[in-house]
Each structure stands twice: as C-alpha cells, then as structure tokens.
Ligand binder design. Structure first.
Ligand code: SF4
Length: 726
C-alpha cells in the first residue's frame, strides 16, 4: 500500500496559479488545501474563490474527456469511437499532410483561448508547418493595450496598486471583484480600508464600483470621449506634471490643442456623466501621486473605440507623471529565461508564409510587428510575435465558408470554445461545418468539440507542470510542479504538438521529450533548475523605476524611451507614419434606432464561473443557476420588466434568453453574461449543449469591415439591441 504524501502544486482554474498542497496517494489526489507560501502568497484570495475546492472532483468528473475520441457518425451526431493516441495522432498527421499538399499550409488554422494550456508549442508547430492562421482572443484581450503602450512608451507596462504607496487608483472597464485578477481585488479592499480615493469607470455599478469614492457610469463606447474630457480638465487647470512633460513627453502642445473642445459639459452630453463628476475625477487623479490606472477588457472590447481609449489613457498616465513610478506602473524588462518568442521559433517563420496572413491590419500584422520591433530593439527588447500577429477571426471563419482569399480546410481548437467565446456564433457554426478536419483538445466536451472529428483529452490543473510568463514580456515567471501524472489517457498539449510535429518532419525542432524537459531548458539561462524553481514557484527580481533616466554608457545620455523621438509619444510619430490618427480620436457609435433602442454590453463575467467553463459543477450552478441580463430600475420600469422575469435580448444577429436582474447602472443599457451553455443538455445537433439559448455571442458580430483598422478589435459593447419578455 503506497503512502500518502503532500505535494506543492498549483490551481489553474483561472489566469492565476494559486499555490495548493495536494495530498496524494497511489497517484490520486485525495484532497487539496491552499498553500499561501507560494505565489501570489495571499490566502484570502482562495478564501474568496470557490473553484479550487473542486480540484479533486475536477480530476475525476464524469464529464471529463479521458480518452481520444473519433467521430463515427454524422458531424454533431454524438457518435464517438474510443481510439488510441497513436491512431489519433497518425490519422490527424496524415490528414494534415494531404490537405497541405492540396491547399498549402495556410489551410490549417488554430484557435486558442483559456489558461489551461500552454501556447508556445502550438505556435512552434504552426511556424514550422507554415501557417500564419492562429485565432486567439488577443484582439479583444491584451493586444490593444500592448500595442498602445509599446508605441507610446516604447515597451509594455505593468500597473501597480500597492496600498502602502499608491495615493489614488483609477479602474477603467475592469472589475477584479468578478474577473480573475484576485490579487488586485484584495489590494483594492486594503486600499479602501485606508480611505484612499478610488475612481471606477464602468456603465455598471459592479462590486468593484461599490468600493469607489467616485463611480463614473459611462455610456458604453464613449470611454475615449471621457478620457479626453479628463485630459481637458487636467491640462486646462495645469494639474499635470510639468517637469516630466517638459523633459520626457513628445507632442504635448498637440494634445493640449486636441482636447480643447472636450469640455466637461460637452463630454457630459456624450458620456452621460455629470460635468462636475468629470472635473472631480480629473482632479482626484492628477492631484494624488502616485496614481495607478488599470484598464480592462471593457476597453479592449470597444471595437474602433478601443485603440483611441487606450491611447487617451496612456497619455493621461504619462502627463500626470505616473509612468515607471513605484505605486503606479513600471516598464517591464525582458526575461532572463528564454522568452516565448524564441520558443515559438517565430523569427524563422518565412516571409512568403507571413504574407498569407489574413487582413491588412496596420499594427496587428507582420509588417506592423517588424516596424514596432525596430523601435523596441533600441533597448534590446522583443515582443512575442505570434500572439500579436494572430489573424482577425472573422476573416478566418469567412475563408472557411467562402474559400476566399484561399481555403481554410482544417482547424485545431485548443483550450477554448469558439461557439461561446468568439463573436457571431451563427457564422462560426456554419464555418465549422464546412471543415475537412476539426480537432479539439479539451478537458470537457464543449459545444465546439461536439462538432469535431477528433476530441483529445488534455491534462488539466494538478496533472501538468505550470509555468506562466506573461508571454515573455516581463522578467517574471510563476508556477510549479504537477501533483500527479495525468489520469486516464490524458496528455499535455505539449505532447500533442510535439507528436504531430514529429510525424510531419519536424524532428530536429522538438529536442525535449516532454513539457518538463522544455521548462528545464527555458529556465536554464537563470541558473535555476526546474526543481529549484518549484521550491518557491516564483522567479522575479526587484522592480526598478525611472529607467529612462539611466545613463547609456555609450552615449553618456539618459536612455529615454524606445520610440521614434526617444520620448513618451503623446503625439505618435509611428501612428502618423502608418497613416493613422497620431492623437486619440473617438469614433462615432452605431446609432440606436426605433427597432433596437438600447445598448448592449456582452462581456460581463460573474463568479464562480470562469469564461464558458465550470457550468458542469453542481455546486457552482446552485450558487449561480441562471444567466442574467442586467438593467437599471428606470429602464426596467419603462419596459415593464420585473426582476427575475425571463427576456429575449435581441440584436440584428439573433436573440438569446436571460433573466432580468435590476441593478444600478446606466439607463437604456443591457449587460448580459458571457459564456453560458448547459452541459446537462443533449450533446448533439441541434441542441449542442444548449449553445443557442443564452449565449451572448449569438448577439455579437466581428465583421472585419467594422473592426478597428490597427488591431482588428471587434465591438462587444455598445451594440444596438432590444429586450422583450420571453
Ligand atoms: S481559480 Fe484562480 S483565484 Fe481561484 S484558487 Fe484557482 S488560481 Fe486562485
């Protein structure tokens, strides 16, 4: 009889990786408890989280995918045959080879999303295979901010909220009380206990907004106007940091002229926020230094207004002197370990394959990437490439359907569920049905995997080593060892990509036999072994600030910023060169009309779920059984809707059913929950796990023509809609 032992491991049921101690016996996890000695080192995060408690149930949940499955009936008929990994890998590799010969390597697309997989092996495979067509969620999550900060400041930043140092916090379109940023949420609570000013900009009075000193319920999609309004007040009242602006900012006069027309009364008319609140918020932010400014997915998902909003916020942070200052933000450093860019082998991706990228986006493209890289290399820094050059999803779905500009015939989906997580479910459904090969690597069957040719079981939390690196853009890594070998026949996604690569002539490029060996090699430049790293589960160095003032030993001058001017580019020379607005100019919203008189927000997250995951768990469903459509009391009264009544929310694209919840929020706005499906329903066509019932993305669209021309961001917020009783 084998003995029980405790293993230090990690949860991975959201973007965090909280430390856990797993009690293991005979290769099975008997129980878990929080381990606050590991990153992020705060037990209160886990006290407030329900998901880690499901770890043992998660490992053995009856609906987990445990063996490779091959479709044997009609697509979507739910008829599966259990096969071996060898058969699955051989057949998939053979099919990819045939399709590549017929259509070229670009006929293969991939789709990624959640945190329960590691992505560089996929990108490495795709680079070697020759296809640029990866679809992520980058255009609506992370990428707009990365592009804006890099072209404004010369590199990425991390915002800081340190309750000891930060004097004021501005949270814009971010709701850490419900999303996964738990460490930030804990720090906000401490910060507020000290009575420090917190400004929250959000159309909804979220749990985060309830903590605010000042809540600005901005009309969806008008955030850029509001940010320019704050700049107007700060510049007019001369509340900015004169010294930093004079020495380190380029184009201040242009910004000052640009914001003249954004007076508080003008901005109030557009955003729905009272003029005096706009003035108060601007003064609070500018007069309390250091002030931090976090923006979130609410801004990333604003379509054409995402980029101008991020730009206006980047300017706001800079002119108030909150850049690379302790308690506000810091420019990150390249990692000491091997960055994702090198693991991906992106630099080897040939020019002719790069030209096949779908869309002509000015930044989110190989040309855009190379242009920005010329600047960041002034400081020896390189951004990850594949994620920032991923294809605009709408063009990939269209190429599946129409064969234009070239056919996409196969798709490998990993750790995501595009029928729920990507815009325009009807379009995606039709596109998936046209494919010659659809492979899904997942933990559970999902509506997307129900349509697959092969469903492959991947190892989840506790069954795999974890190593999170912020995509190689910062010198921080956290993670730890697996608690047990994968149950049943699950494997890591690394194994899948390596095995497919070996079958398709990539032998020389996969020197590591497994994920752990690759992590050992990744860490090697730091001088740590994998086991040494796992003792603390964290690699990072103390932050340094005001790095632009470091003296360059070659020139004898301060290092400055890695931009065209060497300064913070309030007026962006790079955007001017790309024939884009060098200053943030808000775009006009789609007008409401008599058929669709309300505005829709579709990205809302709610605990205890994470995106479209965890609907299989009875205990969580009991806590939150139904998806909500939130509206204000005034709007509900006008529409004669009562709290708890079922409604259809309708847009031009379709309709989905939610339960009315009356909350404090902007009038004439509806906010629906994201990611809802019903795993208990039939896993076959036409039901597909209830994908057509309460799925917010039935209501959205990501038409390329309407997306942002720089990054390809689609609009998920501020869409015209209506609500009718169901
Ligand atoms: S679900 Fe996320 S916040 Fe909760 S314990 Fe796991 S990693 Fe931490």
């Amino acid at each position: 009889m084998s003995e029980e032992k405790d293993v230090r491991t990690n949860c991975r049921f959201c973007g965090y990786q909280c430390g856990l101690t797993a009690t293991v016996e005979a290769g099975r996890v008997k129980g878990v408890k929080p381990d606050p000695t590991q990153y992020p080192g705060d037990e209160s995060i886990q006290r407030g989280c329900r998901r880690w408690r499901l770890a043992t149930e998660f490992l053995d949940h009856p609906e987990r995918v445990n063996y490779p499955l091959k479709r044997v009936g009609e697509r979507g008929s739910g008829q599966w045959q259990r096969i071996t990994w060898e058969q699955a890998l051989d057949e998939i590799a053979e099919k990819l080879k045939t399709l590549k010969e017929g259509y070229g390597p670009e006929m293969l697309a991939t789709c990624i999303g959640g945190p329960h997989a590691v992505y560089w092996p996929l990108h490495r495979f795709m680079n070697l295979f020759g296809s640029p067509n990866n679809m992520g969620i980058g255009q609506i999550c992370w990428n707009p901010g990365v592009w804006v900060n890099t072209l404004t400041y010369g590199w990425m930043i991390e915002n800081e909220l340190n309750s000891d140092q930060t004097a004021c916090a501005l949270l814009w379109g971010v709701n850490p009380a419900e999303s996964d940023n738990s460490l930030l949420w804990r720090e906000i609570l401490k910060f507020r206990q000290q009575g420090k000013p917190l400004i929250v900009v959000d159309p909804r009075r979220t749990r985060t907004a309830e903590q605010a000193t000042l809540w600005l319920p901005v009309r969806p999609g008008t955030d850029a106007v509001l940010a320019l309004g704050l700049l107007h007040v700060i510049i007019t009242e001369q509340l900015y940091n004169f010294e930093f602006v004079k020495t380190w900012c380029h184009g201040f006069e242009d910004v000052a002229k640009h914001v003249v027309s954004y007076s508080p009364s003008y901005v109030a008319d557009i955003t729905g926020i009272k003029a005096e609140l706009i003035v108060e918020a601007a003064r609070l932010y500018a007069k309390n230094s250091p002030a931090t400014l976090f923006s979130g997915r609410g801004i990333d998902q604003l379509g054409c207004n995402s980029f101008p909003t991020h730009r206006a916020l980047a300017i706001l942070r800079a002119i108030c002197g909150n850049l690379d200052v302790s308690g506000a933000s810091h420019l990150t450093e390249m990692p000491d370990f091997i960055p994702e860019l090198d693991l991906e082998l992106s630099e080897q991706f040939p020019p002719d394959a790069r030209q096949k990228q779908l869309g002509e986006l000015r930044l989110q493209s190989y040309q855009g990437y190379e242009r920005v890289r010329q600047l960041t290399m002034k400081h020896g820094r390189r951004l990850p490439m594949r994620y920032l050059t991923s294809a605009q999803p709408n063009l990939v779905w269209q190429a599946m359907l129409t064969g234009k500009p070239y056919p996409i015939r196969s798709l490998i989906v990993m750790a995501t569920n595009p029928l729920l997580t990507q815009a325009d479910t009807h379009l995606i459904y039709e596109a998936l049905k046209t494919l010659d090969l659809l492979v899904v690597l997942e933990l559970f069957q999902t509506p997307t995997s129900m349509l697959a040719d092969y469903v492959l079981p991947i190892a989840g939390a506790l069954e795999r080593p974890l190593f999170e690196t912020k995509a190689g853009t910062a010198n921080i890594a956290y993670g730890g060892q697996q608690a047990v070998k994968p149950y049943y026949e699950r494997r890591t996604d690394f194994d899948f990509w390596r095995e497919i690569g070996l079958r398709l002539g990539q032998e020389k490029e996969w020197p590591w036999e497994n994920l752990k060996d690759s992590l050992e090699a990744t860490l090697a430049p730091t001088g740590f072994t994998w086991d040494e790293f796992c003792q603390s589960g964290l690699y990072c160095l103390p932050e340094e600030y005001q790095k632009h003032e470091r003296i360059d030993l070659q020139t004898g001058h301060p290092t400055g910023f890695a931009t065209s001017s060497g300064k913070v580019e309030l007026h962006s020379e790079l955007l001017a060169e790309l024939r884009c607005d060098p200053l943030p100019i808000p775009k006009t919203l789609s007008p409401q009309n008599k058929d669709f008189p309300l505005e829709l927000i579709t990205g809302a997250r709610f605990q205890p779920y994470y995106a479209s995951s965890f609907r299989q768990f009875e205990t969580l469903r009991t806590v939150h059984p139904e998806p909500w459509a939130e509206i204000s009391a005034t709007t509900a009264h006008r529409l004669e809707l009562a709290d708890g009544c079922p409604v259809w929310v309708e847009t031009k694209r379709g309709r989905a059913r939610f339960i009315v919840k009356i909350v404090q929020m902007c009038d004439n706005v509806v906010s629906v929950e994201y990611g809802w499906w019903y795993p208990e329903m039939e896993a076959t066509e036409p039901c597909l796990g209830g994908v057509w019932i309460a799925n917010a993305n039935i209501l959205t669209n990501a038409d390329f023509e309407c997306s942002d021309p720089l990054v390809g961001t689609s609009t998920y917020n501020g869409l015209p809609c209506r609500v009718v009783q169901a």
